[in-house]
Design a binder for this molecule. Structure first.
Ligand SMILES: C[S@@+](CC[C@H](N)C(=O)[O-])C[C@H]1O[C@@H](n2cnc3c(N)ncnc32)[C@H](O)[C@@H]1O
Length: 335
């Protein structure tokens, strides 16, 4: 059945977070490209009401609440009591309808928190970073997790908004998913990270691994090693001579392999980063044209998130610089 186009209803109306209950006001808003629907196992989720092409901005949302976490205590994380004080203060500043919106969100409650105030469990279950702070975005908060998500997100400091965009084409009726955690981890490691949200992911990557197929896990572990290595190697200026040239060839080969692996796993969150690495490794070997191609691919992704972001600007400078170099280089060859 096709999905009725509707928006998340007037968000001043809190939706009960009862997984079996359908919100009363499901389709009162203007036509939107997503709608919120109950799912059998994940609570509510957002679903595409029409085909969403790769690169489309799905949500652009300002935070309802932002708190600045206290400094991290090494090995202990944040001091919760300090966060709770600032959270209470920010919550008190909200209008009553916005307080209702906050309280209507899902909370994964730890046993020690049963029957207690829900402010912190709600924040912990739904917050995303906002540069230096932690923010609660009531619409983005309805997107469920997948270890192979179809959407990616980005905090735009310039816009003061979280941007969710389609990392690949999303079909009508398909659930929109993002990742809550770093994805270059094995299923076991991801399970540990997701435990704080109180669920076990059943996406196809997790299920394949639980079924004994270790290809995705092996690839993700390898990608993390390659990514770390490449990121540190490109910080060192290239050397001179045959040995150095060979080393640079190795970097190019590895960056291209990393691109292939990331694309094969469809890890949309990593595309811009690995395309930039491929641009950088080619640039180091003066393979300007190919480098410019990779820079443009990275730019395309960065522009999906925010065309004016620092990351987009960086690629917008790198691509023409490489093209200019390639022209100079060709000119030199002709003389
Ligand atoms: C940020 S909320 C997402 C929206 C939420 N489903 C709701 O109804 O509001 C995070 C919570 O959604 C549920 N969730 C998210 N992704 C899930 C998944 N892949 N499988 C099962 N539950 C999931 C978990 O209860 C988690 O604590």
């Amino acid at each position: 059945a096709s999905i009725t186009a509707c928006t998340i209803p007037s968000l001043s109306e809190p939706w009960p977070h009862l997984h079996s209950e359908t919100p009363s006001d499901t389709c009162s808003g203007p036509a939107e490209i997503y709608t919120m629907l109950p799912t059998p196992k994940k609570g509510y989720g957002l679903f595409a009401t029409r085909r969403i092409a790769r690169g489309t901005t799905v949500i652009l949302e300002a935070p309802l609440v932002v708190i600045q976490p206290p400094p991290l205590t090494l090995g202990q994380g944040y001091e919760i009591s300090k966060m709770l004080d600032s959270l209470r203060a920010e919550f008190a500043k909200l209008s009553p309808p916005n307080q209702k919106r906050y309280l209507a969100l899902h909370a994964h409650v730890f046993p020690s928190e049963e029957g207690k105030e829900r402010l912190m469990p709600i924040l912990r279950s739904n917050a995303f970073n906002t540069g230096t702070g932690l923010g609660l975005f009531p619409i983005v908060a309805r997107i469920n997790h997948s270890c192979r998500p179809n959407a990616a997100y980005f905090w735009s400091e310039r816009l003061g908004r979280r941007v969710v965009y389609a990392g690949r084409d999303i079909e009508e009726g398909e659930e929109i998913s993002i990742s809550y955690i770093p994805l270059l981890k094995t299923t076991k490691e991801r399970e540990q990270r997701l435990a704080q949200y109180g669920f076990t992911c059943e996406c196809e990557a997790c299920e394949a691994s639980r079924g004994g197929d270790s290809r995705s896990d092996d690839a993700r572990a390898e990608m993390q090693v390659m990514l770390d290595q490449l990121e540190s190697e490109v910080l060192v200026p290239p050397g001179e001579g045959l040995m150095a040239e060979k080393k640079e060839e190795g970097l190019i080969k590895n960056s291209l392999r990393l691109v292939d692996m990331v694309e094969e796993e469809v890890l949309v969150d990593y595309y811009a980063q690995v395309y930039k690495l491929a641009a950088t490794t080619h640039g180091r070997s003066r393979r300007w044209e190919e480098g410019a191609g990779w820079a443009l691919r990275s730019l395309e992704i960065r522009e999906m998130a925010d065309e004016h972001s620092a990351e987009a600007m960086e690629m917008r400078q790198m691509a023409p610089r490489f093209i200019l170099e390639s022209k100079k280089y060709m000119g030199e060859g002709l003389c």
